[in-house]
Design a protein around this ligand. Structure first.
Ligand code: DAH
Length: 367
């Protein structure tokens, strides 16, 4: 590293040599500067008022020069200052250029890389099954009906032949909306426990004949576990016309089960009870896993219970009589199924909670 020498010889030749060495050092150090911080160190080493190299030559060369040489040394020192300043500012330009090149270099992007693709969403498995069920009935000429999730006591129960205080209401684990004691019972609001009230709404909307399916969300005061959820989905069905018989019900649901689970499955209709149908049945299909031999899925019975159904009870028609539903002239059937249960059976899912946890790894298996 260059240090300023003391001058003993003030002859022009000696001065030339000293000046030459100093400028060579300045040029060399200037060339080595890379980046802003290095440049600041370089600038201060040469130009700092206090003990910078230019200050040093002022003291060591000019002030120390004997009288006759002062003029000559002064001129040289002035020249040197200008030249050193030039090196310093040139180094600044180069190093700030170097800094911005370094920055550009670090910010470089490869525009030939493929972009970040936004993945397409997909139908939730429950909605997918619900749509499948609905389209099976659409293909048979059914249209779609809907109703609200907040329903009246009348439509959820009474019109469906659950009289007030009837024990059949106990099976429905109802969530009531609070603070309605002043209202008549039939007007009180609750979260619908099944899609069956849409049967009444549809019949009030449209005189017979009618064929509708009603998919939707329902609510029960159930504690969540592997097979229960306080919110789940059902698809309801209703067909009313002249001369509708239990035979039509069997044929329709047999066809629907074969469409959903494969044409190998057989169906059977097991006696059951619902207030709004008479007679009522549970529909069972042969276990599609073991083919009816008996396995864990069907609890060794060979059969799996899938939905409820039955012929419309004449008391239900009474609630909609004003719209042309005269139980002496028409008849009909209804059915209702749980979408989660069917989805779980179809895909072998053993915990209903998986549908609601939003884990993408679970959901991606159905895309
Ligand atoms: N609403 C019944 C339930 O949620 C299911 C049901 C059974 C619907 C028989 C029907 C039916 O339409 O005929 O438990």
């Amino acid at each position: 590293m260059y240090t300023v020498p003391q001058l003993e010889d003030y002859s022009p030749a000696a001065l030339d040599k000293a000046v030459h060495e100093l400028l060579a050092a300045a040029r060399q150090e200037a060339d080595a500067v890379a980046g802003e911080n290095e440049w600041k160190v370089f600038r201060d080493r040469w130009m700092a008022r206090k003990n910078g190299i230019l200050t040093q030559i002022n003291d060591l060369w000019l002030k120390a020069a004997p009288g006759p040489a002062k003029r000559e040394v002064g001129a040289r020192v002035n020249q040197l200052k200008t030249q050193v300043e030039e090196h310093v500012s040139a180094a600044q330009q180069r190093s700030s250029g170097a800094t911005s090149i370094a920055r550009l270099e670090s910010e470089r992007i490869d525009i030939t890389l493929p972009g970040i693709a936004r993945e397409l969403g997909a139908e939730h498995p429950v909605i997918k099954t619900m749509n499948e069920i609905v389209s099976v009935f659409r293909a048979m000429g059914y249209s779609i009906a809907e109703g609200p999730e907040i329903e009246t006591d009348y439509l959820n129960f009474e019109a469906l032949n659950f009289p007030p205080n009837h024990p059949a209401r106990d099976t429905q684990d109802t969530i009531f909306i609070a603070g309605q004691e002043k209202k008549k019972q039939r007007d009180r609001l609750l979260l619908r426990t099944h899609t069956s009230p849409v049967q009444i709404r549809a019949m009030l909307n449209q005189p017979p004949p009618i064929r509708v399916v009603a998919p939707g969300k329902v609510h029960r005061a159930d504690t969540a576990d592997a097979t229960h959820s306080p919110i789940f989905h059902q698809v309801e069905g209703l067909a009313v016309d002249t001369n509708i018989t239990f035979c039509d019900l069997k044929g329709t649901l047999d066809h629907a089960m074969k469409s959903l689970f494969g044409s190998d499955v057989k169906t059977r209709f097991y006696p059951s009870f619902f207030p709004f149908t008479e007679p009522s049945a549970d529909v069972q299909i042969t276990c599609f896993k073991c083919g009816g031999k008996g396995c864990r899925l069907c609890k060794m019975s060979g059969w799996i219970e899938l939905l409820g159904c039955g012929m419309i009870d004449p008391n239900v028609f009474k609630s909609v009589e004003s719209n042309g539903y005269d139980a002496r002239k028409i008849s009909g059937f209804a059915f209702g199924m749980g979408v989660e249960r069917i989805t779980m059976l179809k895909y072998g899912i053993d915990d209903i909670q998986l549908f609601y946890q939003g884990d993408v790894r679970f959901l991606q298996q159905f895309t």
